[in-house]
Write a protein that binds this ligand. Sequence first.
Ligand code: ADP
Ligand code: MG
Length: 307
Amino acid sequence: RMYNELQDLKGNIRVYCRIRPFLPGQKGKQSTIEYISENGELVVVNPSKQGKDGHRSFKFNKVYGPAATQAEVFSDTRPLIRSVLDGYNVCIFAYGQTGSGKTYTMTGPDGASEEEWGYPIFLVEQTFVSFDLRTLGIKSTSQPSGLAVPDASMQPVKSTSDVLELMEIGLRNRARGATALNERSSRSHSVVTIHVRGMDLKTGASLRGSLHLVDLAGSERVDRSEVTGDRLKEAQHINKSLSALGDVIFALAQKSSHVPYRNSKLTQVLQSSLGGQAKTLMFVQLNPDTSSYSETTSTLKFAERAS
Ligand code: ADP
Ligand code: MG
């Protein structure tokens, strides 16, 4: 019922906010998030302002606090993912500054145990296992923003382990390992697409659905005084593609008659899974540290336009 209501109101876009916990080395830090509620509200406090002036409240479809588990997040996301099997195109993003937990939400921590896996892997394990894998295809790419999609290849899969292997390549490997790699990954978008081709066993009708899983480049503003040359260009590409994405989501949320898909490669690639009958979920990721206050508010303002 919740989904139908959203469908009527918001053109199939929903926004979930997730606040990551402080990490083991961050004991005693202050949080900028003062309050979250069951109904999706959260209040952020400006650390340099006293009293009510420094408080600002936001409202999303859901808010997950630092104690939320992967399993909890997955169980809320599962109905949406299941709709891929009914022939819907579904797109799930993670948006936020570097270090806010985007990759964690999408794929879990490095060396994850089963409970810590991100929902895409749960999805494969729990949902597609019961489906005819003969017709599942998967395509993955790590896309330097603003550029043409490189080495995206479509691979047919025959078993769950084929799928897991490809997801590993597409999402996890990118996040894994050396700091240098991590540094790179925060400056590119990663898109994994799962195409489902199947048949409804009751009616015999053919079904086509797709799932895009998008771990976006870090949304932080890069200080112009600190980078030059290629790095500056890269940062500008990222900012441009993220704001193009924001404009598309905003237009869809407003049910605007013109949706500016063509303004970036990213939105062109994702066009079929944004708008129309497609269903979109944006995870807005937050680092609770007071030192992230200004990135946190700009992330929340970005997300607010979509909800
Ligand atoms: P991003 O992809 O946005 O740069 P990461 O997903 O790499 O951020 O998260 C940054 C760090 O925080 C990693 O060490 C990650 O394991 C940890 N982390 C993120 N979210 C959570 C969470 N919900 N629970 C525990 N640790 C988390
Ligand atoms: Mg990451």
